[in-house]
Design a protein around this ligand. Structure first.
Ligand code: C2E
Ligand code: MG
Ligand code: MG
Length: 753
């Protein structure tokens, strides 16, 4: 196979070579010349043949003429034989008869045996030869002797006649041998002998030579110079002389006999050659043009391909997020719309998963955007490894990613994917030389049950995601019908939050913390409520996360501090002057650099000592902000504000920070206290936390105390403070006043409002 290519290439280049038409033409020229040569050759042979038969014909005519003369002379000789005594007169009469019959004779003579001319007729003009010997030449005498001996004719050959001019003499012996009585001789002039041949036809066509013994003896010249290239001889069969008739044609005769076929053949073949080579040239031109067209087409195709790939690159760039390299939101939406159309036809389900990275905002704010970007890239890499032909991963912006799972037949497939996504976060991420554990919260909407178009599905997955965040992070939620109403409410509340501060719709409720050693209330926790004009009193869970998201939490936090301080100031001269108020701070509030200044100014404004205020941070927030906000917390601590860790025990396992940082109070999370009298584990943990805190010199509070049994357990294990519905629900300040004045009596949780 590889051998063929060069062969084909060689054939191709030969076919397209400019020499090819020339070679073809040359070949035809050679063939034409060959054919012409062959036919010419035949033609010449034919002409020679014609010339030969012409010569032959003339020779025969001459022979016939001769024969007649010879016969006449023979007859006269025979008469002399029969009548040896014939008189001169009788002989002369006889001779005259012959002369009349044959006008060609110059004279008829009787020559005696001694070769002397005796008688002759006509006498006029010939009288001077009477008595002359004809055997003056030895050669002639021998010839006559031979004739007398054999009785055969003798012809003299062309001789100079005594009467003048060229002629020839025929000698017929009278008797042979001993009885010989001389000869009857006929003298001919060549002119009159040849006369028969000297016709206009012959003269127009030929030059005629009579060649005797190799020499031209007599010529009849043609009207025009003959073509010496052609000559044909014919032997004239005469007794005792050796004559050749030599015929040379005139150009006119030749022209008449020449064939036109050699030229016709030559020019026809040559014409064919020209046509074939012209056609070849034309085919070559077409082929070359085709090649050029093909080349142009290939170049065009290449250009088109290049443009296509540029367009594809552009399309890819347009559909790809520059940072993560994943599909962007726009492309994701287009793809989702298309996928839904397909799913509608195939009666399949499509799952849309929205992913939000937990605590990403905190990490991004504290470690910088560069860090945030690198972390996003790492997360994107891991998530992208889960994509396949059925699963599209996209980056939606911020700390949100999206998955679209096509052709879902069973909801288990979605749950399996959710498990894989969760698994992707199980290993910490190496960013800037440090490993960071991060988790994700997911919201899922499934087509068609959770929405029929892309926009609705996205919105509902968002709602589900929000719910998942509310119920604690690092988990997922499927969208359900009820979520819609709650989402509407959430959005309305978000809108209303704008107005709430300005309109003074927030109030602080207070929940006492009972000192278990003295059974006195030394402090209260301020818990915010929103007195919504339409929805009534709303708990923090309904609006704090909203406020955190929108950033309004900072202003709310300031209001809480102000309201708590104002309350402390109000109580200053009354029976509740000893109370300390604990306020809750969210992580976002700690980010505010002026937080400590604000607290200090507010305390000063109301003439309060810092020790009257306590700040509660959840364990999670505390840890997250420890490094970054160490300065803030240290300043707070130095100011004299008490610091407590809220919801202790649910978040972090590392307790090292307790040793390094001066915490005043640990609040054991309600989840441990609820089971403390029933569950061994909870009791063990609670005891351990109490001991740990005491060993570190930190006070311990128990949250969510609802039964006396729990209270007793805590007292017996020397827990310092107790807070819960058993002691009091969170209540407004005026009610607190009444309640504390009356002294603490435990309320039944069941009977509580
Ligand atoms: P937290 O700081 O742990 O507050 C204690 C929560 O437990 C309060 O819920 C309280 O009503 C509830 N609680 C107390 N004793 C019992 C009990 O015996 N049984 C049960 N089931 N619950 C009990 P609340 O007031 O709804 O507040 C919820 C969370 O909202 C608080 O948890 C706190 O993290 C946050 N929060 C409250 N007020 C504020 C505020 O002014 N600012 C900020 N940033 N967060 C606040
Ligand atoms: Mg609290
Ligand atoms: Mg708590």
């Amino acid at each position: 196979m590889p051998k063929r290519k060069p062969v084909a290439g060689i054939i191709n280049s030969i076919l397209l070579s400019p020499i090819l038409p020339v070679v073809i033409f040359a070949t035809f020229l050679v063939i034409a010349s060959g054919l012409k040569f062959g036919i010419d050759h035949q033609d010449v042979a034919q002409i020679n043949q014609n010339l030969k038969s012409e010569a032959r014909g003339l020779a025969l005519e001459l022979e016939k003429d001769f024969d007649a003369h010879v016969t006449a002379l023979r007859r006269m000789a025979d008469r002399r034989e029969i009548e040896p005594d014939m008189s001169r007169q009788a002989w002369q009469r006889d001779a005259r008869n012959y002369l009349e019959d044959f006008g060609t004779y110059q004279a008829i003579e009787w020559i005696d045996a001694d070769y002397i001319i005796r008688w002759l007729e006509p006498v006029d003009g010939n009288e001077n030869v009477i008595g002359d010997s004809v055997a003056l030449l030895e050669k002639r005498r021998q010839a006559l002797e031979r004739a007398a001996l054999t009785g055969q004719l003798d012809i003299s050959g062309v001789v100079e006649l005594k009467q003048g001019g060229a002629g020839l003499v025929i000698y017929a012996p009278i008797n042979e041998g001993e009885r010989n009585n001389g000869y009857i001789a006929g003298v001919f002039r060549m002119e009159s002998l040849i006369d028969a041949l000297q016709t206009p036809r012959i003269q127009a066509n030929f030059n005629l030579d009579i060649v005797e013994n190799g020499n031209v003896a007599y010529s009849i010249e043609s009207n025009e110079p003959p073509n010496r290239g052609f000559v044909q001889n014919a032997r004239v069969d005469l007794p005792s002389i050796n004559w050749l008739l030599q015929l040379t044609p005139t150009p006119t005769w030749l022209a008449r006999h020449r064939s036109f076929w050699p030229w016709v053949t030559f020019s026809t073949v040559l014409l064919m050659g020209m046509l074939v080579s012209l056609s070849t040239l034309l085919v070559q031109l077409i082929l070359k043009r085709n090649r050029a067209l093909l080349r142009t087409r290939n170049e065009l195709q290449q250009e088109i391909d290049q443009r296509k790939s540029v367009q594809q690159d552009l399309a890819r760039l347009e559909s790809t997020d520059a940072l993560t390299g994943l599909a962007n939101r726009r492309f994701f939406m287009e793809d989702l719309t298309h996928t839904l159309t397909m799913a509608d036809r195939q009666l399949r389900q499509v799952a849309l998963i929205m992913i939000d990275l937990d605590r990403f905002q905190i990490l991004n704010d504290s470690l910088g955007h560069q860090f945030g970007d690198e972390l996003l890239i790492k997360v994107a890499e891991r998530l992208n490894s889960l994509s396949d032909e059925r699963i599209l991963v996209a980056y939606s912006g911020g700390d949100e990613f999206m998955f679209c799972q096509q052709q879902v037949e069973d909801i288990d497939e979605v749950i399996n994917l959710l498990g894989q996504i969760k698994q992707a976060f199980s290993e910490p991420f190496e960013v800037q030389g440090q490993s960071h554990s991060i988790t994700a919260t997911m919201g899922v909407a499934v087509y068609p049950q959770s929405g029929l178009d892309a926009d609705i599905l996205i919105r509902n997955a968002d709602i589900a995601l929000y719910r998942a965040k509310e119920s604690g992070r690092n988990t997922y939620q499927f969208y359900t019908e009820g979520m819609q109403d709650r989402e509407v409410m959430r959005l309305e509340l978000d809108k209303d939050l704008n107005q709430a501060l300005a309109d003074g719709q927030f109030v602080l409720y207070y929940q006492p913390q009972l000192d278990l050693a003295t059974m006195q209330v030394g402090s209260v926790e301020a818990l915010i409520r929103w007195q919504h004009p339409l929805r009534g009193l709303l708990p923090p869970v309904d609006f704090i996360p909203l406020a955190e998201e929108s950033g309004r939490i900072t202003d709310i936090g300031r209001w809480v501090v102000q309201a708590a301080c104002r309350q402390l100031a109000e109580w200053a001269d009354g029976p509740l002057a000893h109370l300390r108020i604990a306020v809750n701070l969210s992580g976002r509030e700690l980010d505010d650099d002026r937080l400590v200044d604000h607290i200090q100014q507010t305390l000063e404004f109301h003439g309060l000592s810092a020790g009257q205020l306590e700040v509660e941070l959840t364990e999670e927030i505390f840890i997250d902000n420890l490094e970054r906000n160490l300065g803030q917390l240290t300043r707070l601590n130095k100011l004299g504000v008490h610091l407590s860790i809220d919801d202790f025990g649910v978040g972090y396992s590392s307790l090292g920070y307790l040793r390094d940082f001066p915490v005043d109070l640990l609040k054991i999370d309600r989840s441990f206290i609820t089971g403390v009298t029933e569950r061994h584990d909870d009791a063990v943990i609670t005891r351990a936390v109490i001991n740990l805190a005491h060993n570190l010199g930190i006070q311990v509070a128990a949250e969510g105390v609802e039964t006396e049994a729990q209270l007793n357990f805590l007292r017996s294990h020397r827990c310092d403070l107790a807070q819960g519905f058993l002691i009091s629900r969170p209540i407004p300040a005026d009610q607190l006043m009444v309640r504390l004045k009356g002294g603490i009596s435990f309320e039944s949780v069941a009977s509580a409002p």
